[in-house]
Write a protein that binds this ligand. Structure first.
Ligand code: ADP
Length: 152
């Protein structure tokens, strides 16, 4: 059986939290597609090409992991890529409420899909891309929060 999961996100930029969820799920899936969602309404700090380049560097050693970008519905991207699973991380109850409604709506619009959640590691619980962007914009050092093997 070829179990394909999509891990959708903005990765603006990828953090150690994202990296940890993806690596920890390697045993659950045959292929993980890290999919950078492009939303024309959303403003990003780092250009799409840069975010993809970082993802490719971080996961270069993993033949199970592919990096893609997409626009439109995540479920359409899953269908087109034969993915039956969406992978997400959970840090807080706020994440849970947000993810629950998206997961339930995704199931409604594409019934084969199952959303799989991994709990954040406690050390990454407070880590999110928007705080990392704030630190970066204000001249702080973001290296403790982003994967070690990316060329920042
Ligand atoms: P976006 O910026 O596209 O909203 P996020 O960075 O908020 O994406 O998160 C994408 C996914 O990664 C979500 O499932 C989120 O819960 C998960 N995630 C983000 N940060 C962490 C973290 N520190 N630990 C575990 N999961 C995380």
């Amino acid at each position: 059986m070829n179990r394909i999961a999509v891990f959708p996100g903005s990765f603006d930029p990828i953090t150690k939290g994202h990296e940890s969820v993806i690596i920890r799920s390697l045993g659950l899936f045959d292929t993980i597609i890290v999919a950078v969602g492009v939303n024309s309404e959303k403003k990003y700090l780092f250009p799409l090409e840069q975010r993809i380049k970082w993802l490719k560097e971080v996961f270069a050693g993993y033949s199970q992991i592919r990096i893609e970008s997409y626009s439109g519905l995540t479920t359409d991207f899953c269908r087109n890529n034969h993915a039956a699973y969406i992978l997400r991380g959970l840090r807080t109850s706020a994440d849970f409420e947000f993810e629950r409604s998206i997961g339930q709506m995704n199931k409604k619009i594409y019934s084969p899909i199952e959303t799989v959640f991994l709990l954040a590691l406690p050390e990454y619980n407070a880590l999110n891309s928007s705080v990392v962007r704030d630190i970066y914009r204000n001249g702080g050092d973001i290296s403790p929060f982003i994967p070690d093997n990316m060329n920042f």
